[in-house]
Design a protein around this ligand. Structure first.
Ligand code: PBG
Ligand code: ZN
Length: 328
């Protein structure tokens, strides 16, 4: 016979009610941020499926408004906007054009959905003819300081259009400081920065680059994005961004870097965001389409893992689906 001198963990797992009562982590609608790709086009009905990201689309301004409207009804609290301009050039000038596509999208969404938290991705790679995140020197070197100046200009133009928060994704040095100074000098001291503080040079961004038409024409992003083998460096990047004025620290990608989320959580008091990136999304979609996994359960388990690792905020292409499931 067993005596009672051992842990009966099953006691708290015997019914759904008790399991719910002792559940430690929860994914809430207000934790979720849905990314959207908005295209500068004369075709107001433009809605183009992204082949490598089933269920995701490139959208015209009007289609974006429609889609966001439907999601807001389901409880969508926040969006992250990416723009795809008509014209690209060496300096990515449409990234900081006052009438650029993201700036217009911000105006449109804030006008229709004033409560929605509108965050913009700030980078040049969707706007440059070569697909790099900054200015490329003759020999092919991606320049830091001149790129940072333009990225700060882009951030300011987004905030002037009404963005609630900016999220610089470039990983150049000193850009948080430059953005903070620029925003402060222009009367936007109250606008927060969500820094892509720990962003790895990851193959998981592959599908995104099709969606955002931002694949570099030559070279790669390894001189600014981090080496996937490094974790001490992540703490250093996060500390630097906090010093420079970041309000929220993001880790990206999410799932392969849960250890990094946990290390940041244990080291800093700041809110932490996890970016469940395009490749993570597409792998689940592909396996689900083949009937190999239960999509809903795998998605919820994945998002819960970010919360368990210590993330407060989750940026995920699954957001619209999750909100629908939560409403059922
Ligand atoms: C742009 C940017 C990228 C992502 C977000 N902002 C791609 C990249 O760095 O090439 C990736 C998002 C995703 O894969 O879902 N700098
Ligand atoms: Zn970029």
């Amino acid at each position: 016979m067993l005596d009672s001198d051992f842990h009966r963990g099953r006691r708290l797992r015997m019914s759904p009610g008790v399991r719910a009562m002792v559940r430690e982590n929860h994914v809430r609608p207000e934790d979720l941020v849905m990314p959207y790709f908005v295209v500068e086009t004369d075709d107001s009905a433009f809605k183009k499926p992204i082949g490598s990201m089933p269920g995701q689309f490139q959208l015209s301004l009007s289609e974006l408004e429609k889609q966001v409207g439907a999601a807001v009804k389901n409880g969508l609290a926040s969006v992250l906007l990416f723009g795809i301009p008509k014209h690209k050039d060496e300096a990515g000038s449409q990234a900081y054009a006052d009438e650029g596509i993201v700036q217009e999208a911000v105006r449109r969404l804030k006008d229709r959905f004033p409560e929605l938290v509108v965050i913009t991705d700030v980078c040049l790679c969707e706007y440059t003819s070569h697909g790099h995140c900054g200015i490329v020197h003759k020999g092919g070197e991606i320049l830091n300081d001149p790129s940072v100046d333009l990225i700060a200009r882009a951030a300011l133009s987004h905030v002037r259009a009404g963005a609630d928060m900016v999220a610089p994704s470039d990983m150049f040095d000193g850009r948080i400081l430059a953005i903070r100074d620029t925003l402060d000098e222009n009367g936007f001291a109250a606008t927060p920065i969500m820094s892509y503080a720990v962003k790895y040079a990851s193959a998981y961004y592959g599908p995104f680059r099709e969606a955002a038409e931002s694949t570099p024409k030559f070279g790669d992003r390894k001189t600014h994005q981090m080496d996937p083998a490094n974790s001490r460096e992540a703490l250093r990047e996060a500390a630097a961004d906090l010093d420079e004025g970041a309000d929220i620290l993001m880790v990206k990608p999410g799932l392969p870097y849960l250890d990094i989320i946990r290390q940041l959580r244990d080291t800093f008091e700041t809110p932490i965001a996890a970016y469940n990136v395009s490749g993570e999304y597409s792998m689940i979609k592909a396996a689900a389409a083949n009937g190999w996994i239960d999509e809903q359960r795998v998605v919820m388990e994945t998002l819960t893992s970010f919360k368990r690792a210590g993330a407060d905020i989750i940026l995920s292409y699954h957001t619209e689906d999750v909100l629908r499931w939560m409403n059922k």
